[in-house]
Design a protein around this ligand. Structure first.
Ligand SMILES: *Cc1c(COP(=O)(O)O)cnc(C)c1O
Ligand SMILES: [Zn+2]
Length: 396
């Protein structure tokens, strides 16, 4: 049904591997002419596993009913930004509150298929929350490496409560990933970061779901950290295109935080490789990554679709987070709002045709990061337990 192929040298590997001897990442290449697609893009019964015929697993999935997230028309955003049609896909409404669940349902299923007894990852938070949840469902052990003190509270809470062994390291995400890759190699743990080629397979269903509900938009905008998701969504559209199910590709548009923007810089200079950022920093901790492992795939996705990469400041991110929450009723964590902040910036600069149909993917739930909310909005006012005192505040 598929081959696991090195994206750099083309060498093929079995399912146990995630990187090639040459150091290149592996990618699942489906044998599209052999596959019998058994779903229709009719907008019905949308979940990750509706698209099972394009997912490379052989056993019954480990699932918590991920996917099928709402795709909202965002009319207030349209007015605010000056674009005709803007949709927001709320990935924060997945079981663990982020799109990572799409990758984990496939990744943990693959771990079981391969007979693994334990999984591991480095994480800026959401990967660990999701992996812990699916490992719990599957009944296997989970080990998590986090950059100590740099992970939003809700995410740590999830990883802990779902029973993962959580280890904070005195370093950043890039350090954590380097260490966990080595530990997995030594100890035979199954690595579930997005270097794992099966995780993006789950995440590509974001593309399938968008196409299922509204067809192919002109543009898909999303935050970019380790760059797995933009590569995965591109791959999803690409497969539908090659199967003849759709007849156009959306412009893949990646938004990075100013302080963690190696892909944006590569794009600016039209390079197909990145120069890592030494000390990435941003309020959007989910994309606080200086050396994105999927950079080559992501740049390919952007160049191949005539897309763009853009940066936004922390201030612009928080402003977009507030806009989504207060005007659209869509509560997201800071990183997610980068997509909307980026769209706004591109539109302001005239880099987007106002007639475009655009989908912003918002990646994680507001509840993930309550501490940032309190910093931004302040604590609620406390008064005496009397009608007078309450009215006084209401009217002030
Ligand atoms: C993981 C994550 C991202 C970044 O996705 P990449 O695939 O690493 O680019 C963005 N937002 C949220 C909420 C995430 O959890
Ligand atoms: Zn290779």
């Amino acid at each position: 049904m598929y081959r696991l192929t090195c994206i750099e040298c083309g060498r093929e590997w079995d399912d146990e591997h995630y990187t090639c001897e040459c150091g290149g990442l592996l990618e699942v290449r489906l044998n599209l002419d052999e596959i019998e697609v058994d779903f229709r893009l009719d907008g019905q019964n949308i979940t990750v596993w509706k698209y099972r015929s394009l997912l490379p697993v052989k056993i019954n999935p480990v699932t918590l009913r991920e996917g099928g997230t709402p795709l909202y028309r965002a009319e207030k955003l349209e007015k605010e930004i000056g674009v005709r049609r803007v949709y927001v896909k709320h990935e924060g409404l997945n079981p663990s509150g982020s799109f990572k669940d799409r990758g984990m349902t496939v990744g943990v299923t693959k771990a079981i298929e391969l007979g693994k007894k334990a999984v591991a990852c480095a994480s800026t938070g959401n990967t660990s929350a999701s992996m812990a949840m699916y490992a719990a469902k599957a009944g296997i052990n989970a080990y998590v490496l986090l950059p100590a003190g740099k992970v939003a509270l809700g995410k740590v809470a999830q990883a802990l409560m779902h029973g993962a062994k959580v280890i904070g390291i005195k370093g950043n995400f890039d350090d954590a990933l380097r260490i966990v890759r080595e530990v997995c190699g030594k100890e035979g743990l199954y690595l579930l970061n997005s270097v794992n080629p099966f995780r993006p397979e789950g995440q590509k269903t974001i593309a399938f779901e968008i196409a299922d509900e509204i067809g192919v938009p002109d543009r898909v905008v999303l935050p970019v950290g380790n760059a797995g998701n933009i590569s995965a969504i591109y791959k999803g559209f690409r497969e539908l295109y090659e199967l003849g199910i759709i007849d156009a590709m959306p412009k893949m548009t990646g938004i990075q935080a100013e302080g963690a923007a190696p892909i944006y810089r590569a794009f600016k200079e039209r390079r197909d490789y990145i120069e890592p950022v030494e000390n990435p920093e941003t309020v959007a901790t989910a994309i606080r990554i200086g050396n994105p492992v999927n950079a080559r795939k992501a740049l390919r996705a952007i160049y191949d679709t005539d897309g763009v990469a853009e940066i936004v400041s922390d201030g612009e991110i928080i402003e977009a987070q507030k806009l989504l929450a207060a005007k659209e009723g869509i509560g997201v964590e800071p990183a997610s709002a980068a997509s909307v902040a980026g769209l706004r910036k591109l539109a302001d600069r005239g880099m987007i045709d106002p007639d475009e149909t655009i989908v912003c993917v918002v990646t994680g739930n507001l509840l993930k990061d309550p501490e940032t909310v309190v910093k931004v909005c302040g604590e609620p006012v406390t008064v005496e337990a009397s009608v007078e005192a309450v009215l006084e505040v209401m009217k002030s």
